[in-house]
Design a protein around this ligand. Structure first.
Ligand code: GLU
Ligand code: ZN
Length: 478
């Protein structure tokens, strides 16, 4: 291995950051950090339709959210066109490419029965001068083979019989991705190409180009296993949640998300799933990456996130919740929010949320004027014959009892007993009257935080509504 390994993450902008891209970025970054190497970000934006500036910003922002800082870049492939053009000249001068003006149909017709579908060779010796309307094809050594030295899969051998004379420059003169990719890797002194398995089939072509363009030693390759869904199918951006931005918006923690990504194709620490970053950096090894596809398991991701949430300091948790505690995420007026009140609820919420976005619905009762009633919750808790009398008794008892959770609980239990109901049954109408829902934070602590006056006001209002046969409007959500 040369003194300083150089790796690159080379995404093509797509408008969102795919979890597979994030995994590739992370593995490159871990490799660089483990080996004291250089991690380069190169945006492969030569596809005109796909080089929107905000898409590039999206990649940079998602990477910085994940803490994957680049040592060099972002470089833009689109700004390196002169280098790609120079490489085309080198290929022409070296006789590595030839011009071809055949249509796809002609080639398909001529190669219909061939052992190598797509391999034609018709123009190989015609000596056509390169120019508009003519593609440039790479002259593949028909008898040869290319070995991809892969740190995960070992040597992967490709016989050239199966590889057509591939196009490197389009008929409009634009170099293809494969060429730009190889030229940039060469120029940037890349020593290890770590990327998705989907690119393995095109790797021999890249190697042929690399070899035709210079005498630099080949890089090492590492093709990371594909990510699949629960049906063991390749993740689909149409059917699977694959955008990192979405997970971020739902309140996954970047540390947890990064930890989970590391499990996709690698087992950082045997069976342990929660692995601190410094330990990952210290032990990262491409040779231990698996071949088999990795299941992107949202349930496991949620579990990992929950673990990280539980291990935050309360202050850290409260701070991380901030985006979900103001509009538009939060249903209350900004000045109705009180950081002091939230600080009392935060430890209760921290024990219960998997994703930070869940915090909004757990604490909204403390910041809205009126509980946001959920219809099903109302019907369930208020639809019993004892609901009205429980609410009435609670309103009376809460007016005089000590205002702390234990006393509120005792009072509620006693009310339950008097009507033959267990505590859980007795507290349900109280909970719905005060918070709007049947599930939420521990009730008596919540009442304590909300305060006597507001609690009694809500109980009395619920009593009136119940008597009037009121129900919350349809469509209110839990
Ligand atoms: N730009 C290519 C892609 O997003 C990846 C190129 C590479 O990593 O070699 O699929
Ligand atoms: Zn041709």
């Amino acid at each position: 291995m040369p003194a300083v390994p150089r790796v690159r993450f080379a995404p093509s902008p797509t408008g969102f950051f795919h979890v597979g891209s994030a995994r590739t970025a992370l593995f490159n970054w871990l490799f660089a950090r483990h080996n004291g190497g250089v991690f380069i970000l190169r945006i492969e934006d030569t596809d005109e339709a796909r080089n929107r500036e905000e898409w590039v910003e999206g990649i940079v922002s998602a990477m910085s959210w994940l803490g994957l800082d680049a040592d060099e870049g972002p470089f833009r492939q689109s700004q390196r066109r002169p280098r790609h053009a120079a490489a085309v000249d080198t290929l022409v001068a070296g006789g590595h490419v030839y011009a071809c003006d055949c249509s796809r149909e002609e080639i398909a017709r001529r190669t219909a029965g061939n052992a190598t579908p797509g391999y034609d060779g018709h123009c190989r010796d015609r000596g056509l001068v390169p120019g508009p309307g003519r593609v440039l094809r790479f002259r593949v050594d028909r008898a040869g083979r290319t070995v991809v030295p892969d740190l995960i899969r070992g040597d992967v051998v490709f016989a050239h019989e199966a590889i057509e004379d591939f196009v490197v420059v389009k008929s409009d003169g634009q170099p293809l991705f494969l060429l730009a990719n190889a030229v940039d890797d060469l120029d940037m002194g890349i020593t290890h190409v770590i990327r998705g398995e989907d690119l393995l089939p095109s790797t021999p072509k890249g190697i042929m180009l690399w070899q035709a363009l210079g005498d630099a030693g080949l890089p090492q390759f590492a093709h990371l296993p594909m990510l699949v869904n629960e049906r063991r199918k390749k993740l689909s951006k149409r059917h699977d949640p694959v955008a990192v931005e979405q997970y971020r918006a739902e309140g996954y923690l970047p540390e947890a998300f990064r930890n989970y990504l590391a499990l996709l194709g690698w087992s950082p620490a045997g069976d342990r799933e929660i692995v601190p970053l410094d330990e990952m950096i210290a032990t990262f090894d491409l040779a231990q990456v698996h071949h088999a596809p990795a299941f992107f398991d949202v349930k496991k991701l949620a579990y990992v996130n929950g673990e990280y949430v539980r291990h935050m300091s309360v202050e850290g948790f409260a701070e991380a919740c901030a985006p979900w505690l103001r509009p538009p995420s939060a249903p209350w007026e900004p000045d109705a929010f009180s950081a002091k009140v939230f600080a009392r609820l935060a430890p209760l919420a921290q024990e219960r949320v998997v994703r930070l976005e869940e915090v909004t619905a757990l604490v909204d009762f403390a910041f809205v004027d009126e509980p946001l009633f959920d219809l099903a919750s109302w019907d369930k808790a208020m639809g019993t014959p004892i609901a009205g009398s429980i609410l009435g008794s609670a309103s009376g008892a809460f007016a005089t009892c000590a205002w702390e959770a234990a006393a509120l609980k005792d009072a509620t239990a006693a009310i339950g007993e008097s009507v033959g109901a267990k505590l859980a049954k007795a507290q349900a109408p109280v909970r719905v009257a005060v918070t709007g829902r049947t599930v939420g934070l521990p009730l008596f602590e919540s009442l304590e935080v909300l305060g006597r006056e507001r609690v009694i006001e809500r109980l009395d209002r619920a009593i009136e509504r119940l008597a009037a046969g009121w129900r919350p409007p349809e469509g209110t959500t839990a």
